[in-house]
Ligand binder design. Structure first.
Ligand code: MRU
Length: 350
């Protein structure tokens, strides 16, 4: 089967038909409702990213880049100076929404460079930005496919793969990162069983990963996050495969909270722990995980479930959105350029 035929089960972020807005699938509403939303202003883009209407490091980067373009187009700036002032302010606001994933800052930087490098009037500048944002989307789609092709060799027929959060089509411009090898494997006729951590507190696993895998026809079992250890102990997990929001130069991996304990469990049980990322998630400028800023989210996300208070009154909560898995617990990092084995050294990219 040619993997070039693989299309994502869902397009989570793209241009609206007139390209004056960014069209996203509202991930807050899945799986109950499939609703698409158009974002056209800096405020709308920031709000969508902050509230996880659009989420997953690559998708956030794409949305931020495209959002900057549509906001700039609507700014109707009369001069290049006015436009570049608007772009700088807008990019800073979008970048501040979610600090842990490197893709957002990286994508905004690319679009800003395209703007700075364009000669001509404000209309030309916006066109150059639009081309760059489109390239970011297209490149992400291609990188996802290559991650799938590179990673599928780690899967065998009947393999039981445990994943955490959502690193699939919903989180990217293409077929995903951690889920890409599963999609390519299924396309090639491998029987794959997905085990999906529900991923407290916002349930990206049970709401999103399970939804898109089921839509693709891949047998999927949802487990509570705390069940992973027991299943590994029973030899019911063959390997773990997760995405990442930022990978430091030494191979330390920032990913959804709960990834680190999974890696510790996998090591204890002798189960491979793989991380799949596009090269846009590599951050050679960050030497190790220690310097990765971890986003802290609203404690109410922990104290409530589906908007209903479940924790006793009068208590507080901690809600870091991500954790850092030390490189020593990572068996391999799958990227669009190949499979990288320890010891990792990404100080000069891949
Ligand atoms: O808070 P989220 O849902 O944006 O967190 C997403 C993750 O942690 C993903 O695993 C990561 O962004 C990789 S997505 C290809």
């Amino acid at each position: 089967v040619s993997t070039s035929a693989l299309v994502p089960v869902v397009e989570s972020v793209r241009w609206s038909p007139d390209r004056r807005a960014v069209r996203i699938v509202d991930q807050r509403r899945l799986p109950a409702e499939f609703i698409e939303r158009d974002l056209a202003t800096t405020d709308e883009v920031c709000d969508a990213i902050r509230t996880l209407a659009v989420r997953g490091a690559p998708a956030i980067g794409i949305c931020g880049a495209m959002g900057l373009v549509v906001a700039a187009a609507r700014a109707n700036a009369a001069t290049r100076d006015a436009l570049s002032g608007f772009i700088g302010d807008s990019a800073a606001r979008i970048a501040a929404t979610r600090p842990t994933g490197v893709n957002l800052a990286w994508a905004l930087d690319r679009v800003q460079r395209a703007a700075a490098g364009s000669a001509g009037d404000p209309g030309d500048v916006v066109e150059a930005m639009r081309r760059e944002a489109t390239a970011i989307l297209d490149e992400d789609r291609a990188m996802c496919r290559r991650i799938g092709v590179n990673g599928v060799v780690l899967l065998s027929d009947g393999v039981r793969v445990l994943t955490h959060c959502n690193a699939g089509a919903l989180a990217t411009g293409g077929i995903g990162t951690a889920l890409a090898p599963l999609y390519v494997g299924a396309e090639r006729g491998l029987r794959i069983q997905a085990l999906v951590d529900e991923t407290r507190p916002l349930l990206q696993g049970s709401r999103l990963t399970a939804w898109e895998l089921a839509r693709a026809g891949i047998p999927t079992t949802v487990i509570t996050d705390s069940t992973a250890g027991a299943l590994m102990q029973r030899r019911d997990v063959d390997l773990c495969l997760v995405g990442a929001d930022r990978v430091a130069a030494n191979g330390d991996v920032a990913n959804k909270i709960g990834t680190y304990p999974l890696a510790v469990l996998a090591r204890h049980h002798g189960i491979p722990f793989y991380v799949a990322i596009p090269t846009s998630t590599l951050d050679p400028d960050t030497p190790s995980g220690e310097s990765i800023r971890i986003e802290e989210r609203d404690p109410l996300e922990v104290l409530e479930a589906g908007g209903v208070r479940v924790a006793a009154e009068g208590v507080s909560a901690r809600n870091p959105a991500f954790d850092v898995t030390p490189a020593e617990l990572v068996s391999a990092i799958i990227t669009d350029t190949g499979i990288h084995w320890p010891p990792f050294d990404f100080a000069h990219g891949v």
